[in-house]
Design a protein around this ligand. Structure first.
Ligand code: FES
Length: 149
C-alpha cells in the first residue's frame, strides 16, 4: 500500500471510530435523563409520582435517575432511592459543572470524562471533583416524592 492510500484509509477509519464514540456518549447521556414535572413556584416544590414519567427506578432501593432542568435547579437533579427516602442532589459536578450519571452501586460518575465520582452522600470520592453536591430536602409519601427547593 502506498503512503497516500494508507493515510487516506486510516484517516477514514479514525474518523468513523470517533463519530461512533461521540454518538454513544451522547445517547448514553440522554437515555438517563427524565423530564421534570412542572414545579409549584409559589412554594418552590416539585411533586413527582414515582410510578410515571421514567421515575420507576426510584421505587427500588438503590435506584437512581437524573432529571432535566426544573424550577428548583435549572441544571436538573440527581435522585437516589435510599431505603424509605429519596435523596435529591444537584446535577452539577463540583469540578467544572458537567452533568452526572445516575448512581450505579452507590456511585455517580461525572459525564465529563475527567474522572470525578460521588458517593451516595453526595461527597466527591475521586478527583478532580471535590467537596459535596448540594442536597435538597425531600419527603416521600407512598410513591409520591416532594422535593423542596
Ligand atoms: S466536571 Fe466533573 S470531574 Fe470535571
Amino acid at each position: 500500500m502506498k503512503r497516500r492510500e494508507f493515510l487516506n484509509t486510516s484517516s477514514k477509519v479514525i474518523c468513523g471510530c470517533m463519530a461512533g464514540m461521540g454518538l454513544s456518549i451522547i445517547s448514553g447521556c440522554s437515555e438517563n435523563v427524565v423530564s421534570s414535572p412542572v414545579g409549584n413556584e409559589q412554594d418552590n416544590t416539585l411533586v413527582i409520582d414515582l410510578n410515571s414519567g421514567g421515575y420507576s427506578p426510584l421505587l427500588a432501593d438503590g435506584g437512581s435517575v437524573v432529571t432535566d432542568g426544573n424550577s428548583i435547579d435549572n441544571q436538573g437533579l440527581l435522585l437516589l432511592r435510599n431505603s424509605n427516602t429519596v435523596r435529591a442532589f444537584e446535577n452539577n459536578c463540583t469540578h467544572s459543572g458537567y452533568d452526572l450519571m445516575p448512581f450505579n452501586n452507590g456511585i455517580s460518575v461525572c459525564t465529563s470524562g475527567h474522572g470525578g465520582q460521588f458517593n451516595s452522600n453526595g461527597q466527591a470520592i475521586s478527583s478532580p471533583a471535590s467537596g459535596n453536591l448540594q442536597e435538597y430536602q425531600t419527603e416521600l409519601n407512598e410513591d409520591v416524592l416532594t422535593i423542596y427547593g
